[in-house]
Design a protein around this ligand. Structure first.
Ligand code: MG
Length: 287
């Protein structure tokens, strides 16, 4: 029985649900969430989007340097989108937590910014830590990926932060196998972060990816082993650990988008779009 039909059964059998408490309604709402599963052929169709997103991030990494403006990086990504005939997932993106449509095609989060960084008129300086998050749709399929890099001379603590985000991503991907559950991915991510001495924020995490950028299931960056949705072949998810050096508390910048650490410490982010297959995790956005 699919999750959807389970939910319908629940609605039909649990008549009390119709007048009930917020908790009861929340239970119904949770049960109505549907994670989509892709066929092998559909996962093949998703590969070009993954390759394109990887290519754009590689070009951005090569271009990011001291003196480069964040708007230049956004313009480069935008030109690549046009050249490929792809579609941006960000430019018209306007979720409940965003002040207005995003208006750019790339997230550039610098230093104390870690997620949803709105590109603005800023030239990178020596030692800046920049997180680049990019999602686009090619032939109707989305891929989503992020990486953090340092421009100019690196600080040791920034290298450690980035290496930890990458190690957590690798651990999360390794847990993305049929028979495991979402909680196994979440647990693997948090274990790497905690062992490196970072606190884990669970407000923003990974998500289902398909025809749109954000679908079910949510993939939290902390969780319990063996809990949550069973991972079955065909599930495609973005796994995206991010850590701040000194805190797990964030606030939204006055631009209405950029999320920054409350204590001013730097952040790092690593993300891949991954298909669960019988042959193991397939990283669609591998660079
Ligand atoms: Mg992303």
């Amino acid at each position: 029985m699919s999750e959807f039909s389970s939910a319908i059964t629940l609605l039909n059998s649990d008549k009390s649900a119709w007048w009930l408490s917020t908790a009861g309604l929340e239970r119904v709402r949770q049960n109505l969430r549907v994670s989509e599963y892709r066929t092998r052929a559909e996962i093949e169709q998703m590969r070009p989007a993954g390759r394109f997103v990887a290519e754009v991030l590689s070009a951005l990494i090569a271009h990011a340097d001291v003196g480069v403006n964040l708007l230049e990086l956004d313009a480069l990504a935008h030109q690549m989108i046009r050249d490929r005939g792809a579609e941006s997932c960000y430019i018209n993106y306007h979720p409940s937590f965003g002040a207005s449509p995003f208006g750019r095609v790339l997230c550039t989060s610098v230093n104390d910014a870690v997620l949803h960084g709105l590109p603005h008129d800023y030239e990178l300086v020596d030692g800046d830590l920049i997180s680049l998050d990019f999602a686009a749709s090619v032939d109707g399929w989305v891929s989503d990926s992020a990486i953090s890099v340092i421009v100019g001379s690196p600080r040791r603590q920034d290298q450690h932060l980035i290496a930890t985000a990458e190690a957590a991503l690798a651990a999360g991907i390794a847990a993305a196998t049929p028979g495991n559950k979402i909680g196994d991915i979440s647990f693997a991510i948090a274990r790497v972060g905690s062992q490196a001495g970072y606190k884990i924020n669970t407000e923003f995490g990974g998500h289902g990816v398909g025809r749109t950028m954000h679908g079910d299931p949510h993939v939290p960056n902390n969780g319990r082993r063996g809990r949550g949705l069973l991972l079955r072949p065909g599930l495609v998810i973005a796994i995206e650990p991010w850590f701040l050096a000194g805190t797990d508390k964030i606030y939204t910048d006055s631009d209405g988008w950029t999320l920054r650490s409350r204590d001013g410490s730097r952040g790092a982010h690593a993300e891949h779009t991954v298909a669960i297959t019988n042959d193991g995790p397939l990283v669609l956005t591998a660079r």
